[in-house]
Unconditional design. Structure first.
Length: 120
């Protein structure tokens, strides 16, 4: 006689296993994302709820899978407070070289980004 017992993951026409696989794929994508910390722990949680009827004959099954991903790493930049030609304060992003200067790689340093300040 063939054993027809299967895993609970194969119930609901395999949809439970499909949800777990989907969340595992999200975790793998997050691990491969260079904007996340590589050694941060990720987690997949499968919740299976079973609610029997009064006669204990029929069980309503509900399953959900959820992943906890690593957050993206913060972006860092440096800003300097300066003044424009009229003496009004402004903020500029610090750049590694003098604007217009050519690096050893042949790249030309762009002008720094300026932050628009609200009028006081």
């Amino acid at each position: 006689m063939e054993d027809i017992r299967r895993s609970i993951l194969q119930m609901a026409k395999g949809a439970i296993q499909e949800r777990v696989d989907y969340e595992v794929t999200r975790v793998i994508d997050n691990i491969l994302d260079v904007n996340t910390k590589p050694t941060e722990k990720r987690k997949v949680v499968l919740t299976i709820e079973m609610k029997p009827d009064e006669a204990r004959q029929v069980i309503t099954l509900s399953a959900s899978a959820k992943s906890t991903l690593a957050a993206t790493t913060p972006i860092a930049s440096s800003l300097v407070i300066t003044a424009d030609g009229d003496g009004k304060p402004m903020v500029a992003e610090i750049v590694p070289q003098v604007p217009g200067q050519v690096s050893m790689d042949g790249d030309i340093q762009e002008k720094p980004k300026l932050l628009k300040l609200a009028a006081r």
